[in-house]
Write a protein that binds this ligand. Structure first.
Ligand code: URA
Length: 279
């Protein structure tokens, strides 16, 4: 599929979101509030409970029971607090005295439809991306988030290191979005997006921005950013005086959404995983 077709494709209808999926492969309870992150700590850190689920070892519910039951040690010390912070690279975690072995890593690309949450469960009963994952074969967590109203490429994995590298802004992994704006954008507005715009949490890095086309009232734009701040694209477009009407993520690094139907998923190929890891 040509790079500039994602917005047109989405405007043809709600897409092919398969809803038959059960949720066999996702954490089975809501995230617990986390203890404050240790002051000055840098990534990669996870709470012990999250480490179990993110690494695909167990559900959070099981992890909490094991941790509270005194079966888990970190660097030889008994830890019964599920919110204990663990350094992914340096800490050694054991269950019943045995080091936790890795499970086979899984890497899945999902075409998230608009209207689906990037969480396991919603108190209001709205659909989540886990409704779309069938036979995925592991406990998988989303690599970053997409807003409820954003569609497009969402990676899911149990490889915590891989997820950290893709979401850590220091690695500057480019994420490409197609945007329909609520007004026509001038060249100067697009140039501002390229230079970087002031946001409440600081100026954005320079971005790539390319006009795809204009209709009578709207601009269709491709925007590539190397950060992943909360609602960043929406806030950037607002910072230049317009609004996002439609937002589709079409690529992360070299991985493209291609012609995957909306709502469907596929495994990444080994070459795609390697391509992302080389970055
Ligand atoms: N930027 C946004 O504003 N929303 C998303 O979902 C992703 C990037």
């Amino acid at each position: 599929m040509p790079a500039n077709d994602a917005l047109r494709r989405e405007s043809r209808g709600p897409g092919d979101a398969s809803r038959q999926g059960t949720r066999p492969h996702a954490p089975a309870n809501k995230p617990s509030p986390k203890a404050p992150r240790p002051a000055g700590a840098r990534r990669p850190l996870k709470t012990l409970e999250r480490l179990f689920s993110k690494a695909g070892w167990a559900s959070r519910a099981d992890a909490r029971v094991w941790i509270a039951g005194g079966r888990v040690r970190v660097n030889g010390a008994l830890v019964t607090n599920p919110d204990h912070w663990v350094d992914l690279e340096n800490d050694r975690v054991t269950l019943d005295g045995k080091p936790l072995r890795g499970v086979a890593p899984e890497y899945i690309l999902l075409y998230k439809p608009k209207g689906y949450l990037t969480t396991w469960r919603d108190p209001d009963g709205r659909p989540t991306v886990y409704d779309l994952l069938r036979d995925a074969g592991a406990w998988l967590s989303p690599v970053g988030r997409l807003d409820l109203d954003t569609s497009g490429l969402l990676l899911m994995t149990n490889d915590t290191g891989f997820a950290e590298r893709l979401t850590n802004p220091d690695y500057k992994v480019p994420k490409t979005y197609q945007v329909k704006t609520s007004t026509l954008l001038s060249e100067e507005q697009i140039e501002q997006l390229r230079r970087g715009v002031p946001l409440s949490d600081g100026p954005t890095r320079p971005a790539q921005a390319q006009r795809l086309r204009d209709s009578a009232r709207y601009t269709f734009l491709e925007l590539t950013i190397t950060e992943g701040r909360n609602r960043q694209v929406r806030r950037m477009i607002e910072a230049v005086g317009s609004k996002v009407l439609k937002l589709v993520r079409t690529a992360i690094g070299p991985i493209r959404i291609g012609d995957l139907p909306i709502g469907r998923w596929r495994r990444l190929t080994a070459a795609e995983v390697a391509g992302l890891e080389r970055r």
